[in-house]
Design a protein around this ligand. Structure first.
Ligand code: ZN
Ligand code: ZN
Length: 305
């Protein structure tokens, strides 16, 4: 049987959230199936058959992400299939009414429409969502944006995964993703490594930012703000709950943003970082009570307390 690494990680992360913070149970049950389906779709995409974008070292050194200016139609079939597979679950978790659901169904049946949404998301062309919403009256632009991100996620994360070494061979010190250009939704300090030789456990603690769209994790300076590059100690601050020190808010008072961080040296297993955010809403609420804005607005960090 083919293994399902992404799906297994989502399952374990949802279980641990429900166990640790029962108050998030409802949310985990409402969005869990969507996360699981996205992970299954990602696991089901065969790296070997997926078209690969060109990894241009000169472009990366100049701070230009791989997918910027790239023809996304090479994955048109994958995006279209993903959209149809996700549609029922998206409609359910967003609580769409019948009219919205059927309008969205009509719209997403055309692969060109799906590609248009994906392209607009990568290009940051927000006007496209407004215009499409006006044209297809029943579907709000915020729903179209959320749909486009959910369609992007499994496909682009498989694309990022398929790039493997060709990506890590290139240096990248930006605060946005080298693959798709999106900002991070969370960061992690890498887990300790067990060496084969003498079972010594050590190392870890390197900082990686996690892309909010394609899920790629890239190395970043540990003591700097990913939004503005500020590395002065006086204007950066870390908050955490006394009994859960490995889940933190990293705040930058220079630009007024924060990003959550999980120290994986203190975790038993590597969580699914997209799912894990659902169990950290209390930190987002705390950060916003300090007048800080999330580096990347998501469904979780914009929830009203
Ligand atoms: Zn990305
Ligand atoms: Zn900053």
């Amino acid at each position: 049987m083919k293994s399902a690494p992404a799906r297994n990680a989502v399952e374990a992360t949802l279980e641990s959230i429900e166990k640790r913070v029962p108050a998030y149970g409802d949310l985990a049950r409402r969005f869990g199936p969507l996360f699981l389906l996205r992970a299954s779709l990602r696991d089901g995409l065969d790296d070997a058959r997926l078209a690969k974008p060109e990894v241009d070292g000169a472009k990366l050194s100049a701070g230009i992400p791989i997918l910027a200016g790239c023809d996304l139609s090479m994955w048109k079939a994958e995006f279209a299939k993903t959209a149809m597979a996700l549609l029922p679950m998206l409609a359910e978790s967003l609580g769409l009414d019948d009219a919205q659901r059927s309008a969205l169904d009509d719209f997403l049946r055309d692969p060109e429409h799906v590609l248009g949404l994906v392209q607009a998301r990568i290009d940051g062309n927000w006007k496209h969502f407004e215009n499409t919403s006006k044209q297809w009256g029943a579907i709000p632009d915020t729903v179209l944006l959320y749909v486009s991100e959910n369609v992007c996620s499994p496909v682009l994360s498989a694309v990022a995964r398929s790039l493997g070494e060709s990506l890590s061979d290139n240096s990248w010190d930006q605060g946005n993703c080298p693959v798709c250009g999106s900002t991070p939704s969370i960061s992690q300090l890498s887990p300790r490594e067990v060496t084969d030789l003498d079972h010594l456990v050590g190392g870890g603690g390197k900082k990686y930012l996690h892309c909010s769209l394609c899920g790629h994790d890239w190395r970043f300076k540990r003591n700097a703000c990913a939004a503005c590059g500020n590395d002065e100690n006086e204007s950066r601050e870390v908050f955490f709950k006394d009994d859960v020190k490995h889940e933190r808010i990293e705040a930058c008072h220079k630009c007024g943003t924060y990003c959550l961080n999980i120290d994986l040296r203190e975790c038993d297993a590597f969580p699914d970082l997209d799912t894990a955010q659902l169990g950290l809403i209390h930190l987002d609420i705390h950060a916003r009570s300090k007048d800080l804005s999330p580096m990347t607005p998501t469904l979780w960090n914009t929830v009203e307390p």
